[in-house]
Design a protein around this ligand. Structure first.
Ligand code: NAP
Ligand code: COA
Length: 261
């Protein structure tokens, strides 16, 4: 797919799944902006993305800081042009039982994931190409599959799904499409290092996926490119699971339960 000279902004785009998405757009000829908190990560990501030959800029900012986001969006539009593709993927995750999670721990994840997602979309709005822009918010299957020790993440991602659908309705008439991707367990990511810190936990995760494997960053990037391409020009308001069927819920446990005699 080609995105030659399209302008792509990736919030949380310096590592992991979001960096994989940013890199796939850079490879496809796009002009890319990435944003995350750590200046060191921003510098490393910008250097890596520049190897693909296009214009790349980076911003060290927190998605909880609306003014900083607003200025990053304005600066992107001034340096690279109107934003064609906006990816909102900054997030925080840790495993915590609800009975032990502090109110501030719950709030931290809501603030980064959900409020951060709204902030990114809202700050970008004036700088999006209209018509033609495509937004992808990064959700997770925990948004509809209640997942123990993930009460904060499930609530935040469920909010993101509804923000996605609501914005799709409000911004559709301006020619802006708004979709989300809900990745399953993706190999080589910080998220899965936190959720599956031991070989036994890794195996349990694999067994809970109907396709019996974890996904790759490239598989998420390909789904993102499709959703932002003209091939998906009539697709908006969708939360697309790219998860090997994980969100169908309890595949191996269900099989054991139903077949137990
Ligand atoms: P990751 O590498 O830790 O990516 C998170 C990114 O967000 C980092 O670049 C981080 O950089 C940035 N970030 C975090 N807090 C931020 C803040 N307050 N403001 C600005 N940037 C911030 O994690 P990942 O596992 O690849 O996850 C990426 C996305 O996929 C997340 O939305 C996650 O919920 C979703 N997801 C992941 C999986 C999985 O298997 N890993 C599954 C389902 C969904 P800084 O630290 O520099 O800020
Ligand atoms: N278990 C329980 N509570 C935790 C926790 C854990 N593992 N980690 C943090 N918290 C709580 C803190 O104790 C604090 O609450 P308190 O004030 O009541 O003590 C609250 O969360 C905020 O912590 P803080 O460290 O100030 O937050 P932060 O904004 O600096 O960082 C996090 C946000 C906690 C989400 C951090 O893990 C992070 O930056 N993650 C980004 C990378 C990531 O998670 N990648 C995977 C994405 S899927």
């Amino acid at each position: 797919m080609t995105f030659r000279d399209k302008v792509v902004f990736v919030a949380g785009g310096t590592t992991g799944i979001n960096f994989g998405i940013a890199e796939s757009f850079a490879e496809a000829g796009a002009r890319v902006a990435v944003l995350s908190r750590s200046q060191e990560r921003v510098d490393a990501a910008v250097a890596e993305l520049k190897r693909h030959g296009g214009d790349v800029i980076g911003f060290a900012a927190d998605v909880r800081d609306y003014d900083a986001l607003s200025s990053a969006m304005a600066s992107t539009a001034a340096q690279l042009g109107a934003i064609d593709v906006l990816i909102s993927g900054a997030a925080g995750n840790f495993v915590a039982p609800a009975s032990e999670l502090s109110a501030n721990g719950f709030k931290a994840v809501i603030d980064i994931d959900l409020l951060g997602c709204f902030n990114v979309m809202r700050a970008a709005y004036d700088h999006l190409r209209k018509p033609g822009a495509a937004i992808i918010n990064i959700s997770a299957p925990q948004s509809w599959l209640p997942t123990p020790f993930q009460i904060h993440v499930g609530a935040a991602k469920a909010g993101i799904d509804q923000v996605t659908r609501t914005a799709a309705i409000e911004w559709g008439p301006q020619g802006i499409r708004v979709n989300a991707i809900a990745p399953g367990p993706i190999a080589g990511t910080e998220g899965m290092r936190r959720l599956a810190p031991t070989p036994a936990a890794e195996k349990a995760w694999t067994d809970s996926v109907p396709l019996r494997r974890w996904g790759s960053k490239a598989e998420i990037a390909r789904a993102a490119q499709w959703l932002c391409s003209d091939d998906a020009a009539y697709v908006t308001g969708v939360v697309l699971p790219v998860d090997g069927g994980w969100s169908l819920g309890g595949s191996s446990a269900m099989t054991t339960a139903v077949t137990a005699r």
